[in-house]
Design a protein around this ligand. Structure first.
Ligand code: GL4
Length: 832
């Protein structure tokens, strides 16, 4: 620590006092808690609301977390450690309080301390509104990685956008999704600290000027026409028994001079309007998962946060007295998908124009600094920005991209690439309206590129980035995703966690592969019984919440069969619906009584502009209405759509699930991470050979996994030979009966148009091969039922699933990133 204030310095390092005292005892916490209430909030207990109490507790805990963070900074500085900057447009941290208590290992002390003040910890935990700063898997993965970076003691900082409104709130009205804004900051956010001194100017628009000096050296200057300020908001993210790292989110604010021209003209109203418009940059998260919308504001968001983050990284580098020529030695910057990929051009601009490095030097630094993770192969999700938009918004960056491209193309011309290959690889796609292919920019500007599961990384190299993989095979690698088992098992499923620890000790909290030790108990009658008792307890808990949220009663003894994830055709929620309808028709028409009681639980948001996904939600709720209200059926089947799926809700759902639905068409789900969270909580999986399902099945053993459907290769072949869903429809009588039911009055209430789009799409195109996989799915579900009717076998499979989840900890993923990509080492924290 470089402080000139000796008094402060000595206070800081003196043990037992002030910030030297972490103060985690029950009495310490009680005192600080009340102090926060009195002094920070100006409240006395009689008038304090639950939210006041929650804020006071949060502030108390945040102090402790910051202390851990500050301590680790000293150590990083001492060891001169190499660090990671993680750039992501999305994060889904989930509620902070519970996780921090778990990681400080003071949950029970806090519970007791609050009880002594007649307060209930669970009620306060429930007050927290989670930051919904992401769409789904990609944002949640970033947050799992932060948990592991902090736990492992990897010097790191995560950058993103402080959206004022996160992912929309979903309500179900009359069976349809209705969106409203997520006002997550309305009750205040006790976890963040504003850093007004850490702020940067970001420019937009205007034009560039090229000039040669007397030595004929080219100087390029950008004359932007507007500017905005980014201000840092820091949230500490604590690891388990370890230190904290910072999540630094940028908020846009107008500068004094942003509206120079307008003020000079004395046009106050125009100036104010411009100010408001400019601050819109960080207003709201775009709610599309796996779909680009090509909106100007979105590009502004991306550039805005990238520009602030890179300036901050450069500030840190210079602060430590280092040269920018060695930036890549000190930092590695991970691009979480292409959303931050404009960073390649921006770092070049900063190095060339602001810090006057030569092109070769700047390019060497840039391409040795970035690494890029690809998270999807879906063509509609691969970002491409129109050249015209870039020219208007970021004219200097467009020039830099063109220059990178021309040098890159000269380079590949020297290899044996055909003309066709070269135009495929170009950063500029000029078939039709010219666009910049951001995945190509990220690939060319990075030293490593990775996919997120073994299957996906393979496909990435065979399909989307095939030519690049041929050119630079050593650049490509795989890091299979992982999840934090602390949040998704220890915190959200305390009973199962306790049972596990009772058998094998607590080492699994930091070394998930220790779960392997459970294998030897899988055949113990008594252990199986206890295991299923825990599951039943969690199912009751889930059933209670379902009742509260939807009014629907489910019997916790039923098989609870769950599909929670974003609603997307490739994820095939409607395949599950077809299966449910087949059971319904068996009961109604065939009087079949052999179906075990099952509750089907769905949850997930549809992008507001995604017509088909919204229709699928309506389909689920319509099937639910029909089934739940039919006394002939509703003792056997129930269908629930849980509104507003979130991290908070997820933590309730996974522990109570028996069966996990991972039924995407093979080749489409890059990894999936919900699949890991379910299995970690003892749910069995019915799934295709897609994404990380493949590796999960490898680990748990094929006999402990319910597999169905075509493989990626078979999907490819099927499409190549010409796929005819109508033929399948007309040849499979039972399937035909199910599909025709989509058009029946019973389901559509007399509106034949209601599900026609789904029906027509399946019969005519069926791009995700539901009909092709239908029979195999239904057959595998029969097998699921057979096993379900043998509780001992089910319990055994469930235990074996959990026992083999070691590989899917985000700790392992982060270790992989450190070894295979970042070459960053953990800094050992001195214990206190
Ligand atoms: C996603 C993938 O769809 C998902 O399979 C993966 O688990 C996740 C994290 O790697 O990334 N890609 C996009 S885009 N959204 C996702 O959730």
């Amino acid at each position: 620590m470089k402080s000139s204030n000796k008094k402060i310095e000595s206070y800081f390092t003196k043990p037992g006092v002030g910030i030297g005292n972490v103060g985690l005892s029950k009495e310490d916490i009680k005192t600080s808690f009340l102090e926060k209430l009195f002094y920070s909030l100006g409240r006395i207990p009689v008038v304090a609301t639950q939210n006041d109490f929650y804020i006071s507790l949060a502030l108390t805990i945040r102090d402790r977390v910051f202390r851990k963070y500050v301590k680790s900074l000293e150590q990083y500085a001492e060891e001169d450690a190499r660090g990671v900057a993680y750039l992501s447009a999305e994060y889904l941290p989930g509620p902070h309080l519970g996780n921090n208590l778990l990681n400080l290992e003071i949950m029970e002390e806090i519970r007791e301390a609050l009880a002594e003040l007649s307060l209930d910890l669970d009620e306060l935990l429930n007050e927290e509104v989670e930051p919904g700063l992401g769409n789904g898997g990609l944002g949640r993965l970033a947050s799992c990685y932060m948990d592991s970076l902090a736990t492992l003691g990897i010097p790191s900082i995560a950058y993103g956008i402080r959206y004022e409104f996160g992912i929309f709130k979903q309500e179900i009205q009359n069976g349809w999704q209705v969106e409203s804004t997520d006002k997550w900051l309305h009750n205040g956010n006790p976890w963040e600290v504003i850093r007004p001194e850490i702020s940067f100017i970001v420019n937009f628009g205007g034009h560039t000027k090229h000039r040669r000096d007397d030595d004929n050296k080219l100087h390029i200057e950008w004359f932007p026409d507007s500017e905005i300020k980014g201000i840092a908001y820091d949230t500490p993210i604590l690891g388990y028994q370890s230190t904290a790292i910072i999540l630094r989110l940028w908020k846009a604010e107008a500068t004094e001079s942003f509206d120079f021209a307008a003020y000079n003209l004395g046009d106050y109203y125009r100036a104010v309007e411009k100010k408001m418009r400019s601050e819109n940059i960080t207003k709201v998260l775009y709610p599309n998962d796996e779909n680009l919308s090509g909106k100007e504001l979105r590009l502004k968001q991306q550039y805005f946060f990238v520009c602030c983050s890179l300036q901050d990284i450069i500030r840190l580098q210079l602060l430590q007295g280092r040269k920018l020529e060695t930036l890549h030695e000190k930092f590695t910057i991970q691009l979480n998908d292409t959303h931050p990929s404009i960073a390649v051009a921006e770092l070049m601009r900063l190095l060339l124009d602001e810090h006057h490095l030569e092109w070769e030097e700047a390019w060497k630094v840039t391409k040795n600094t970035f690494a890029y993770t690809n998270h999807t192969l879906l063509p509609e999700a691969l970002e491409k920005w129109p050249v015209s938009l870039l020219r208007n918004l970021l004219p200097r960056h467009l020039e830099i991209i063109y220059e990178i491209n021309s040098r890159f193309i000269s380079e590949i011309r020297e290899h044996d690439f055909t003309g066709e290959q070269i135009s495929r690889m170009s950063l500029v796609d000029d078939r039709g309206e010219p666009t910049i292919r951001m995945a190509h920019l990220a690939t060319v500007g990075s030293y490593k590129v990775n996919g997120v599961s073994a299957l996906h990384s393979g496909l990435l190299q065979e399909q989307v980035l095939q030519d690049f993989a041929q050119l630079w095979p050593e650049k490509f690698t795989n890091v299979t995703n992982g999840v934090t088992h602390r949040r998704f098992l220890a915190l959200s499923n305390p009973r199962l966690a306790a049972l596990i620890s009772e058998k094998i000790g607590k080492d699994w909290l930091t070394h998930l592969d220790k779960l392997k030790g459970l294998e030897s108990f899988a055949d113990e009658e008594d252990f199986r019984r206890k295991w299923m008792e825990v599951k039943l307890h969690n199912k009751k808990n889930l059933a209670n919440h379902i009742k509260e949220l939807t009014g629907i009663t489910i019997n916790p003894e039923m098989l609870i069969d769950v599909q929670v994830k974003r609603i997307h055709e490739y994820k095939r929620q409607h395949l599950k619906v077809l299966h449910i309808l087949s059971l319904y028709l068996r009961i109604k028409k065939d009087k079949d009584t052999n179906i075990p009681p099952t509750a089907f639980v769905f949850g997930g948001k549809a992008a507001p502009g995604y017509f088909m996904a919204k229709r699928i939600i309506k389909l689920i709720t319509a099937v639910g209405d029909l089934i739940n209200n039919d006394p002939e059926v509703n003792e056997i089947l129930k269908v629930v759509f849980l509104p507003n799926f979130s991290v908070k809700l997820a933590q309730l759902v996974y522990p109570g699930a028996d069966l996990s639905e991972q039924i995407s068409m093979a080749g489409k789900e890059a990894s999936g991470t919900g699949n890991m969270k379910f299995a970690l909580n003892g749910a069995l999986t019915v799934g295709t050979l897609d994404g990380a399902n493949v590796e999960i099945r490898e680990e748990v053993g094929e006999e402990n996994f319910f597999l169905f459907g075509l493989t990626t290769k078979e999907v490819e072949n099927k499409k190549a030979e010409g796929y005819h869903p109508y033929k399948i429809y007309s040849e499979n009588e039972k399937l035909k009966r199910v599909l025709d039911f989509l058009m029946s009055d019973e389901l559509t209430n007399g509106d034949p148009e209601l599900f026609r789009p789904v029906y027509d799409n399946l019969l005519n195109q069926d791009p995700y091969l539901l009909l092709e996989d239908y029979q195999s799915y239904v057959d595998q579900m029969e097998n699921v039922y057979k096993v379900w009717q043998d509780p001992g076998k089910w319990a055994r499979m469930s235990i074996l699933n959990v026992a083999n989840m070691g590989r899917f900890s985000s700790d392992r993923s982060i270790r992989d990133y450190c070894e295979k990509i970042w070459k960053v080492e953990a800094v050992k924290m001195q214990s206190e």
